[in-house]
Design a protein around this ligand. Structure first.
Ligand SMILES: C[S@@+](CC[C@H](N)C(=O)[O-])C[C@H]1O[C@@H](n2cnc3c(N)ncnc32)[C@H](O)[C@@H]1O
Length: 362
């Protein structure tokens, strides 16, 4: 990414080669709270009388491991309604550069795959941004999206004093991120509405803001930014590169999420059936309380950050396409972050939102 050439770059996908699958236990634990809602959606969605395949779409699947449980749960409910003969199509979607090979290997090789023992189930994938329409109109019966829509379509602004907007004191950055978050959420809803069949359901789990507007992850974000400052101090990255490093994610409050629907509870022919913000337990902290291993505590949060946000931070390197520089940066940033966390373990708040949206008749 070059300044001036593209000052609003899109985020990079998660770290590939199975790294996201191996380092996304926090996400796996958090999304479990939305699985009962997805099961209920599978029970309540309208199914056509035809023999057409039933389509389940998974938006922002990454390498797929965390999609296995929710998709298997929905299939189990659908099978009670349509029997075992009717075909089910599962479409996993992500950004074009996501590691789809790892996804397909997971689907065929993971013992927890929904393909194990299931008949007439056909997985496929789409490599396009979910801020566009990416599936045919009126084709999706059930949609699932976990830990994905917090990623904005692009970096709305630089953050002069931090790497994540939630820790920043900069009013201009806050305004730019809030405007982009609102625009992107409406865009996401519009596109999903086009794809959903009438009576279909979309379940979304995403990073959120608490009732008091807190994004959480304080210790993690402090260690992340501190680690990047260490790298700049040691000359491993330049001040200009550090200033371009931004995580283009946001937490949305419950009111942010339901705002487009207004008093009539309708936006783009979608209605909110459920919208709830909750605090997920910090499993990494819980593990630390059991084993008192501060190094492991630091390493776990650093690995979580590495797999999900370091590839996007590496876009700020100049040049960004030098593989050895990117690898050195990622390894060094992870080590500095882990050391900072290990020096002062602390629990994190993990605010999440879970929503169910129903497609209405026009
Ligand atoms: C943190 S991962 C979540 C993966 C998985 N759903 C889970 O719950 O663990 C977020 C995923 O969203 C994808 N993503 C981000 N922005 C996207 C976009 N505009 N279109 C499609 N996928 C996107 C990322 O590439 C990444 O794979």
């Amino acid at each position: 990414m070059k300044t001036g050439e593209d000052d609003h770059p899109a985020p990079a996908p998660m770290e590939g080669r199975g790294a996201y699958n191996r380092n996304s236990r926090v996400q796996a634990a958090g999304l479990a709270a939305a699985i009962p809602l997805f099961e209920k959606a599978a029970r309540n969605c309208t199914l056509s009388d035809s023999s057409d395949p039933v389509v389940i779409a998974d938006y922002g699947a990454s390498e797929g491991r965390n999609s296995l449980a929710p998709i298997a749960a929905a299939i189990a409910i659908l099978r009670q309604r349509i029997g075992t003969e009717r075909e089910i199509s599962i479409v996993h979607t992500d950004l074009p550069d996501s590691d789809f090979s790892a996804l397909f290997r997971t689907l065929v090789g993971d013992p927890d795959s929904y393909l194990c023992g299931g008949e007439n189930i056909y997985p496929s994938a789409v490599g396009r941004s979910f801020y566009e329409q990416i599936l045919p109109s009126n084709s999706v019966t059930l949609g699932w999206s976990s830990w994905a829509v917090q990623w904005l379509s692009r970096m709305p602004a630089r953050i002069p004093d931090q790497v994540h907007v939630s820790s920043s004191q900069d009013a201009v950055a806050h305004a730019a991120f809030a405007a982009q978050a609102d625009y992107d959420w409406r865009m996401f809803l519009n596109q999903r509405s086009r794809e959903l069949r009438v009576g279909g359901r979309l379940v979304v789990l995403t990073m959120a803001l608490t009732w008091s507007g807190d994004f959480g992850y304080h210790a993690v974000l402090r260690a992340l930014y501190g680690g990047l400052q260490d790298l700049a101090f040691k000359g491993e990255i330049t001040a200009e590169e550090l200033s371009r490093m931004v995580i283009p994610t946001v937490g949305r409050s419950r009111s942010d999420l339901i705002a487009p629907f207004g008093l009539g509870n309708r936006f783009a022919d979608l209605a909110v059936e459920h919208a709830e913000v909750f605090l997920e337990a910090d499993r990494i902290w819980q593990q630390y309380e059991t084993d008192r291993d501060s190094k492991a505590y630091g390493a776990r949060w650093a690995a979580f950050s590495r797999a999900s946000v370091f590839p996007t931070l590496a876009l700020a390197l100049e040049p960004a396409d030098d593989p050895s520089r990117v690898q050195n940066f990622i390894a060094s940033a992870e080590a500095h972050m882990a050391a900072r966390l290990a020096a002062a373990p602390e629990p994190c708040d993990i605010p999440l939102a879970k929503l169910v949206l129903a497609k209405l008749a026009t």
